[in-house]
Design a binder for this molecule. Structure first.
Ligand code: SF4
Length: 453
């Protein structure tokens, strides 16, 4: 969501005459987009803002702004920020940047070493529905379908910093997707804190998926689904959708009913397992991933073992695993007894070891199969290319292809735990766009000689 919000910010600022630079030494304004879902994320952002202060020595005119959930959460108490803007205030950024500059000029006239930081942290029902951000890589794009969350899971700060759940009109979502499609975007990921809770004038999420399935974008993903909002209607929409990819991210958080109740998640282990079973029955090729939180207040050894049992039973394709982090304002903040930090770390390590083994085993099931892959670029290490399957699995491969191509890869082995294979053939279209900002002829010139498998 923050990556998408950064694109919204870039769009708003570019419409006001600003240009993006990847070189912070070249920047007149640096905006740090922050997360506050865990304390660690806030500490890292604070560290980053501290490091950026060195740039002021070389460029005393530079403005450093902090936006996002931590800005909303900590407001003007953030040190080293010239301005602080919460997730609902991005439309005001051009105005706030100007005010920050004016404040600096006033301070320098008065020979003050500091100036007042500007802020916009009021909570609104802002949806940015009319702002259609550009894709950064020209191949994939996020599209937010709703913002905020009303679920108030007892450990989560999101409803406090991102406000009430509100859904975008389907016509705006479809317009944004068609625009991205016309620019050659190959994969859209629909975003929402609890995306399957989407609801607008009688259009629910499965209905929205069916509408989006009729657009020109080849692949459609969505995240994050809440187990309490699962429905057979949603499973059927994924099964029936030609463009809806077979990947479901369904955060379980805990496998112990006692803990799920304290977390306020609104489902039981049994209900969760039932949805996994129904999903796999309808869509046998589906990959299911999850989030797990260990060390929640009151989590006993028995509760933790229940989580491990469910992990072994479900055999998720992969999981995001975290240890509980106290977040002020939330209900769990004052819950007792706290699990000691060392125990949280131990449990997390044990969980990661078990899940990593399962992930490796699940990936090894791909050896010998042929996968449809969207090429995304060169791998960070080695000379291979990488892409993702419809199940959202990363695949490394050898062969000639360009980012944005759909190809077929025969999986030969695992490297680490990543499937590795050989390119078999290209799926259509043979020539695909790699940089949608280039005119058509330049695309073709750039692609000549490197695009034939
Ligand atoms: S559903 Fe729960 S965990 Fe997810 S954003 Fe909302 S409150 Fe947080």
């Amino acid at each position: 969501m923050n990556v998408y919000d950064s694109r919204i910010i870039a769009q708003i600022l570019s419409e006001n005459g600003y240009k993006e630079t990847a070189d912070k030494k070249n920047a007149d304004v640096i905006i740090v987009n922050t997360c506050s879902v865990r304390e660690h994320a806030e500490q890292r952002a604070i560290g980053r803002i501290g490091e950026l202060q060195d740039l002021r020595k070389e460029n005393p005119g530079i403005l450093i702004g902090v936006v996002g959930c931590m800005a909303q959460n900590l407001g003007n108490s953030i040190k080293g920020a010239d301005f602080v803007v919460g997730p609902s205030g991005y439309r005001k950024l051009p105005q706030i940047i100007v005010q920050s500059l004016e404040s600096r000029v006033q301070s320098s006239k008065k020979k003050l070493t500091t100036h007042n930081s500007q802020s916009c942290i009021e909570q609104t029902d802002e949806l940015y529905s009319d702002i259609f951000p550009e894709s950064k890589d020209g191949i994939t794009a996020f599209v937010s379908v709703m913002r905020g969350c009303d679920n108030f899971c007892s450990y989560c700060i999101v409803p406090y910093v991102r406000g009430q759940a509100r859904s975008r009109p389907p016509e705006d979502i479809l317009k944004e997707i068609e625009l991205l499609s016309s620019k050659g975007i190959k994969k859209i990921t629909l975003l929402g804190q609890s995306v399957n809770e989407y609801s607008y004038n009688g259009v629910n999420f499965p209905h929205l998926l069916r509408l989006i399935d009729g657009t020109g974008v080849p692949w459609i993903n969505f995240t994050t689904s809440h187990p309490k909002n699962m429905s057979q209607e949603l499973i059927d929409a994924i099964r029936d959708g030609e463009k809806i990819c077979e990947w479901l991210h369904l955060p379980m958080q805990s496998g112990a009913n006692e803990i799920l109740k304290k977390m306020g998640r609104g489902y039981t282990k049994e209900k969760y397992l039932d949805w996994i079973h129904k999903t796999r029955k309808s869509i046998p090729e589906v990959s299911i991933t999850t989030d797990i939180l260990v060390g929640f207040p009151g989590e006993s050894e028995k509760n933790f073992n229940e989580t491990l049992e469910v992990i072994k039973e479900v055999r998720f394709d992969s999981a995001y695993m975290f240890k509980y982090s106290e977040r002020p304002h939330t209900k769990a903040y004052n819950m007792k007894p706290k699990v000691p930090e060392e125990m949280r770390i131990e449990r997390l390590e044990e969980l990661i070891n078990i899940q990593n083994k399962i992930t490796r085993e699940k990936n090894s099931e791909l050896i010998g199969t042929t996968q449809e892959v969207l090429v995304l670029g060169k791998s960070k290490r080695g000379n291979s290319l990488y892409g993702r399957t419809r199940q959202n699995k990363v695949v490394l491969f050898n062969g000639k292809a360009s980012p944005g191509d759909f190809i077929k890869v025969k999986i030969k082995e695992l490297r680490g735990w990543t499937p590795y294979g050989e390119l078999l053939s290209k799926k259509e279209p043979l020539i695909t766009r790699i940089n949608t900002n280039l005119p058509e002829t330049e695309h073709l010139e750039k692609l000549q000689g490197e695009n034939v498998a």
